[in-house]
Design a protein. Structure first.
Length: 202
């Protein structure tokens, strides 16, 4: 679900899964957008628009994705289109992320038709992966200070600040509680670039 043109106000949003994007895209902009768009260069008429996205500590993000796909969300607003839930351990999820032969993507990106494991792979791809398009953004906010960074986005767009609602959230304790030595090692391998480029740590 990478890049969208918000039509009112006009701006470009890179929606990285599990970084607060549903609150931003669906609720605050009331689904006034076109997309998703995929590619390594934005359309010419998007180039001069304000472009933004958000990132999240990758350990926290993968736990949230794992809980969502295997246990659902607390607000019951998200369900696998195929129904049910996946039965996977966190180590299984991390190995899926590391498996370069496991498909991911979108019909508009690489003609892949999503199934539950492909949807999960999309949600756990490293945030530095070109699929997300963050390298083309003007501003990258952080989930850990989501409201403050979204206030900055509102200022850049010349719109009133708005309180972000909480959507598609999963109930879980601190992410460190779910990791043992093996799963931490797998996550550090999968998210090596995220940890370095966005200065996150365990």
């Amino acid at each position: 679900m990478p890049i969208f043109l918000i039509t009112e106000p006009r701006c470009v949003f890179a929606h990285v899964p599990k970084t607060g994007g549903n609150s931003i895209r669906n609720v605050l902009f009331e689904k006034r957008y076109d997309g998703p768009w995929f590619g390594d260069r934005l359309p010419e008429n998007w180039q001069n628009l304000f472009k933004f996205g958000f990132v999240r500590n990758p350990f926290d993000r993968v736990v949230s994705a794992w809980r969502m796909f295997c246990h659902g969300t607390e607000d019951d607003e998200w369900h696998l289109p195929e129904g049910g839930a996946l039965e996977l351990a966190l180590t299984d999820v991390l190995r899926l992320g590391l498996d370069e032969t496991a498909p991911f993507g979108h019909p508009r990106y690489n003609k892949v038709k999503p199934d539950p494991l492909i949807r999960l792979k999309n949600h756990i791809l490293p945030q530095t992966h070109p699929y997300h398009g963050l390298a083309m953004m003007d501003f990258i906010g952080r989930f850990e200070k989501l409201q403050a960074d979204f206030d900055y986005v509102c200022d850049q767009l010349g719109i009133a600040k708005q309180e972000l609602p909480k959507t598609n959230w999963t109930r879980h304790s601190h992410y460190r509680d779910y990791f043992d030595e093996q799963s931490r090692r797998l996550a550090e391998e999968l998210y090596r670039d995220d940890l370095k480029d966005f200065d996150y740590q365990f």
